[in-house]
Design a binder for this molecule. Structure first.
Ligand code: F6R
Length: 643
């Protein structure tokens, strides 16, 4: 029976401490099933998914095979889907993905592996899909199906509109799904339009279903699937009612569930100061009144009667939360020298502070906190902007080719010679030629990736210059996990931690600004955050760490909700304008499809909206009215290391 706090949940949902732990639990269940069947001489039929979500499960299964002798000889697998039009060896094909992540590392017989083919002739697709269904039946049906969930609510590639009874078929990918895949395919134009997928009906026939979801970007869709009514416009919600379905999610993917978002509505709570603030800011938003105008009746009518009994009256609660919220606002993110700092988010001393701003890619710092960076530097702090990865995977070819073509032209004009090796222009010509030899979505050569890194470095320098940050305050770490990897294949290694710890030790910062704590742990910013956690653990014995504060910023396209903000830095209209001007410098990060601008918002537009709406949110609860605000949450060193 569901516990009281889960009363709104229509699918049993386990919130695990981390994606790695969830993945270990799922892998252990699969391993037990495989072993039990092997003991009685039977096969087990697994339904498998691709994407970044199941990667830690496959990693653990490979470990169990290599270190604990788990054999896959009795395992038969059926994958959910495949992009239509891709060869098996295309780097983004799900065939390639499955062989690279799992099959080639274990002893599964090749004939036991089934991944829908992306190269069936269009005229034979219907029969092919029927034969896929039949093969599943003949194998005895799916025993254990693992699933991820797309932001459209898709399972497999069953996009909104898929019916409950749908079977394996050719489908058109949703625009949002293609946008989400654009990064992997190095451009949306390269993302296939169609896919072959098992149907919702095929999935529902599996005996056991386990859906996993990590990271904040999945929180909304997880909530809709778990708490909403079953709806074909959100195919994952159709899993409700299956006799053996469970969701395994990490804490960030759980954030929108009622038991996390509004815990006071589903049972007794421990009214900590942070929870009180969360409840009252929510109340203010719900009844559309500023904090100081909230009345006892507002509390009572919105499920907060218990809070009044516990810590009321309303007048006292209002004042307390008003002051707390007011005290998050500061124009001095590095601390205000010679000022009383008892009600300021940052301490006055030491001053000036050594500040280290970490960006997972070379645009994150300015987009997310350009106004704060400008203030810190302007107010005398010693600011270092460090970029953990080069970001070269996100640079479109056309921009790189333009750069090279320019180099080639320069050569003609300037007769540049580099020793007795290739001239600059000849070098450019060779690389330009190499673009013709590889397909659009093939892996870039090392030289091309290097050039793309330079493109991003220069953008980051141009952006910082607008905010009056010198280039010698910027450092590009080019962490190896990124240089050696590709999307969906990033994993932090010791060498990454070595590089970042060395930087921390050389700067000995009083403040570190970092993002990625809530991101999918397999994403670039999620991996960067884990590298940071490990680096901080490594330097934890150093004296300066005791005097160091960690400020977390949310990452591109996102912002902390009001109740999570510990420091809010207001920007004047002029400061916001400079930040937006700086954001224009990230040419490589602009939408590559300006003709579809209505559906593709540019990052500078998002940045502008986000900073303005944070200011509006402060205004709405009764604070002063600012043009824009950048926001930060403090993470204690203990919380960072305990994680
Ligand atoms: C993949 C699949 C998809 C993904 C979903 C989430 O085989 O069927 O439904 O599970 O798109 O993708 P990630 O895990 O990359 O967020």
């Amino acid at each position: 029976m569901a516990r009281e706090e889960e009363q709104f949940e229509r699918i049993p949902t386990k919130i695990c401490p981390s994606s790695d732990e969830a993945a270990k639990t799922v892998a252990a269940e699969i391993a037990t099933l495989i072993r039990e069947r092997a003991e009685s001489g039977k096969n087990v039929v697994l339904g498998l998914a691709t994407g970044s979500t199941p990667v830690p499960v496959y990693r653990e299964l490979v470990r169990l095979h290599k270190e604990e002798g788990l054999s896959f000889r009795n395992v038969i697998t059926f994958n959910l889907d495949e992009y239509f039009g891709l060869n098996d060896d295309h780097p983004e094909s799900y065939h390639h993905f499955m062989w690279e992540r799992l099959f080639k590392h274990v002893d599964i017989p090749k004939d036991n592996v089934h991944v829908p083919s992306g190269t069936v002739d269009r005229s034979a697709v219907y029969e092919y899909c029927q034969s896929y269904e039949q093969a599943i039946e003949e194998a005895g049906g799916l025993d254990y199906q693992i699933l991820g969930i797309g932001r459209t609510g898709h399972i497999g590639f069953n996009e909104p509109g898929s019916t409950r009874d749908s079977l394996t078929r050719l489908v058109t990918l949703d625009a949002l799904t293609r946008l989400d895949a654009a990064r992997d395919f190095l451009g949306e134009a390269n993302v296939p339009l169609y896919a072959i997928t098992m149907g919702v009906g095929t999935i529902l026939k599996a005996r056991k279903l386990v859906l996993m979801a990590w990271g904040q970007s999945k929180a909304g869709v997880v909530r809709d699937a778990v708490e909403g009514v079953p709806d074909e416009n959100l195919p994952a919600s159709l899993l409700q009612g299956h006799p053996d379905v469970r969701f395994f999610i990490d804490p960030t993917a759980s954030e929108e569930l009622i038991r996390i978002r509004l815990p006071w509505l589903v049972g007794p709570v421990d009214w900590t100061p942070r929870l009180i603030r969360k409840a009252i800011l929510w109340l203010s938003d719900t009844v559309k009144k500023p904090i100081l105008k909230l009345q006892e009746s507002d509390y009572n009518e919105n499920g907060l009667g218990e809070l009044l009994i516990d810590s009321g009256p309303a007048y006292d609660l209002n004042i307390k939360v008003f002051n707390q919220t007011q005290h998050t606002i500061t124009g001095w993110p590095g601390g205000k020298p010679n000022a009383d700092d008892s009600n300021r988010p940052e301490r006055a001393k030491p001053f000036p502070k050594r500040v280290l701003v970490l960006g997972s890619e070379p645009h994150e710092d300015i987009l997310c906190m350009g106004g704060t960076v400008h203030r810190l530097a302007n107010q005398g702090s010693e600011v270092t902007l460090a970029y953990l990865t080069s970001g070269n995977l996100a640079v479109p070819d056309n921009l790189t080719k333009q750069t090279l073509a320019l180099m080639a032209e320069l050569e003609e004009e300037m007769d540049f010679k580099k020793g007795d090796g290739l001239s600059l222009g000849q070098f450019a010509e060779v690389i330009l030629k190499s673009f013709e030899d590889v397909g659009d979505s093939d892996q870039d050569s090392d030289a091309v990736r290097r050039i793309k890194s330079f493109v991003r470095r220069n953008e980051a320098r141009d952006a910082a210059k607008i905010l009056k940050i010198d280039r010698d305050q910027q450092t590009f770490l080019d962490l190896p996990f990124y240089e050696k990897g590709r999307y969906r294949n990033f994993f932090p290694a010791d060498e990454d931690v070595d590089t970042l710890s060395a930087l921390l030790e050389s700067v000995k910062p009083h403040q570190v600004y970092v993002s990625g704590g809530l991101a999918d742990p397999g994403s670039v910013s999620g991996v960067c955050y884990r590298v940071f956690q490990r680096a901080m653990k490594r330097v934890s014995g150093e004296g300066w760490v005791k005097d160091c504060r960690i400020w977390s910023y949310r990452g591109v396209g996102q912002e902390w909700p009001l109740n999570e903000i510990d420091m809010a830095v207001p920007l004047s209209p002029g400061e916001l304008a400079s930040k937006i001007e700086a954001s224009f410098q990230y040419r490589s990060q602009r939408s590559q499809f300006p003709f579809r601008a209505s559906s593709h918002r540019e990052i500078w537009q998002e940045t502008d909206d986000i900073n303005r709406s944070t200011a509006e949110a402060y205004d709405a609860v009764g604070m002063a009215e600012y043009e824009a605000i950048e926001a930060f949450k403090e993470i204690s060193i203990a919380a960072l290391q305990g994680a």
